[in-house]
Design a protein around this ligand. Sequence first.
Ligand code: HEC
Ligand code: HEC
Length: 320
Amino acid sequence: MSCPGGICLEPGRRRRALILLGLMMLVFIVLSGFSFIKSRGQVTPNTVTFAAHHATDGKRVFQAYGCMGCHTIVGNGAYFAPDLTKEYQNVGPAWLAAFLPSAGSWPTEVAVLTQLQNKDIAEAAGVDNIEDYYQKYPGAKTRVERRGGQNTFMPNLRFRANEVGQLIAFLKYTSAMNTEGWPPAVKTGPLPARLERLYGRSVAPGTTAAPAPASTGQPTAAAESPAERGAQHVQTFGCTACHSPEDKKIIGPPWRGIYGSQEKLADGTTVTVDDAYIIESILKPTAKTVDGYPEGTMPTYEGLLNDEQIQEIIAYIKTL
Ligand code: HEC
Ligand code: HEC
């Protein structure tokens, strides 16, 4: 009996072990080859177009606007906003063309229909009337029915002429990719039932679901004073994604102690932070830009916030 490396095996068993090893290697090589065949069928961005737009350009636009700072796509990016990998397949080009340039609100049926009048879009969609469109892209139907006309929390990005088409071409490409089932289906169900399971008590619609963590100072549903309602608006409208109520610099200037203070602007002048300045900042964010911050990052809330809500936000900012 030979003992290679100190492991003693009878000659017969050694041969069997070697044959088994050889078989496993063969399986490994065949499977590796097979995976290459499959990946050869994978789409590449330079083969995908939407109207006259190329997916490769769309990829650049997608990166330039930092969409991945909020969204996930093909497994990369942030978890603040919905996954976009299969968005095109789900909602189709007409819905996207309606949503992207006016992300301030979710498209209504009329808005989708308007896009479908465009020959390029109808051609890419493969249908030219709304019923067939909804059949082919069921995600568009659910979005129109559930949220059409309502505000979104997506900032309104001001795209240049071709950029929307290019983004659609890029999303068409990621939809065509074989992602082996990614992203996984979202687990949905009646929300109250899910919350009840999570928190172990029944949650009536409209009330705060989870016990609010004390540190964020989240207001309750029954906020009474204007400042309390203001605190609620800045959560609802997503201001707190960019502005900290304390001293932390997120994307926009922090709010602690800002009311009444002198703010240095990018053009070298200073301005006193008063009601008029805050109102202008909310409705026309590009009118004045704070020194050291990017212009045009803050979306306008014109048409989203009414005068009363803005006054309540001011009341809240004063308390900081
Ligand atoms: C500051 C964060 C942010 C950035 C940057 C951003 N988004 Fe969004 N986006 C959101 C949020 C939040 C939503 C969900 C809105 C809602 O539910 O009201 C959304 C929704 C969407 C939707 C609809 C999703 C759905 O479920 O149908 C699309 C499409 C989309 N964004 C595309 C883009 C693209 C393309 C870019 C880059 C050009 C981009 N977004 C940049 C935050 C962002
Ligand atoms: C996508 C990020 C973003 C969101 C969301 C956002 N802001 Fe801003 N905000 C900024 C940036 C960046 C600036 C500084 C550049 C400028 O002045 O335009 C700014 C400036 C301001 C200023 C002037 C601050 C100062 O120090 O002079 C006010 C007031 C303000 N925002 C209020 C709001 C309110 C209220 C909301 C929600 C209704 C909001 N912002 C949502 C990014 C954002």
